[in-house]
Design a protein around this ligand. Sequence first.
Ligand code: AMP
Ligand code: ZN
Length: 479
Amino acid sequence: MTAQLTLYNSLTRSLEAFQPLDPEKGVRVYSCGPTVYNYAHLGNLRAYVFTDTLSRVLSWKGYPLTHVINITDVGHLTSDADAGDDKMEAAARAQAKSIWDIAAHYTAAFKQNIADLNIRQPTRWSVATDHIAEMIDFAEKIAPEHCYELDSGLYFDSTTVPDYGKLAGSQDDAREGRIEAVEGKRHPQDFAIWRKSPPGEQRQMEWDSPWGKGAPGWHLECSVMSIKYLGAPFDIHTGGIDHREIHHPNEIAQNQAFCGCSDTGSHFWMHNNFLVDRQGKMSKSKGGFTTLQSLIDAGVHPLAYRLLCLQAQYRSELEFSAENLAAALTRLKRLVMTVTALKAKDEVDNQSLIGAAYIERLDQAASDDLNTPKVLPVLDEMLADKRLTAYERVDLLRQFDAVLGLRLLELSREDLRVRPAAATITAQEIEDRLVERKEARLVKDFQRSDTIRDELAAAGVEVMDGDPMGWDWKPLLGG
Ligand code: AMP
Ligand code: ZN
């Protein structure tokens, strides 16, 4: 692992050589986590495949790592500016449930997605509502010099810190337009640190504060929790590219106010690009999003979605479609079949220089701003390289998969045949029918063989005759 790790820093809009700020502390990473008012859509999950790739590359290259991901269960409004309703309050009202139940349900669903995608657990999940007292302390410290109070809450004056919005790049009208005016705000970019509960209205989530009963602004939690658990400045702060425009510039402003310096709070600010579909950026508020569970229910193994993500570099937009997903699933099956065959061979170890050259190429690609699309063909080439023994290839695969996280050493062909939720037939019944069909074909009873195929199709299962990978059947994928 000798290649210099290079990462794109959104703050300088350039690739920079990465070194930990304090090697004694290892690498400290904070990732903006999900708002748990709904199921994560596939676009949200791309953000965590990205942070997982980052964390895996750091670990593989030997850096000790502290990784914090937060859970936003308060403060995120339906508009990214300071207008609209709290997403959690709105979801609780719509579903006639308590916010706490909503948060618990969607947090558990999110953690299941994380497990299904083989995303490593962070060092700490940090929940916003567990840190309200610290948020109030932080706000009290910055308020005298940086905030002003209105009837609706405490606001941060964005002109009190140097270079407000530098991370977002040039101030364009479109972005300003998104920051809806709040009565009395001094500048459109100013943002809420504390939102007072409107008089006469009782919210499910509200706390006493020096500015009255209310709830913290969304941006506050990330400054408070990242500094609490990682110290400031720490090494890397991540999020989706939408956070580059408002959420992260606001975090930076708070961090600067808190330290009384121009430091942004993190050395690197990294952002993954969007997962898009034909209608544009996938989003929860648009509705009609696709969850990971909906893919699993359709009979697609979740790691096929992980592979789809890895086929693009995190800074490129990635298009999601049923065809792209099906192609990724086929590629995953092929990899699993190849590895299964290699594992079955009984050969003695024979470490060669050729193996070392593959590790070097893996290192080069991974260190090049996490260029996983460059890693994948090197993996294919290595697995097919007959100059290496099967044993050696499997051994090298361990290192590739430490970076890719596709569980290639454990997955079997059976694992990848996920029975669609809507299938009206069990896996065993499918196998039995296929045996029957083979027997019919053996005695040239093609009518019977066709009937069985049609019956399986009606049950949601497509028979794959002559499949070079010997897969036998796959779920019928709709749309
Ligand atoms: P949220 O749950 O809305 O707070 O978002 C969780 C993460 O998903 C954030 O880092 C967002 O920036 C990111 N994100 C939201 N939509 C997309 C998308 N379509 N593609 C990739 N990342 C996204
Ligand atoms: Zn955040």
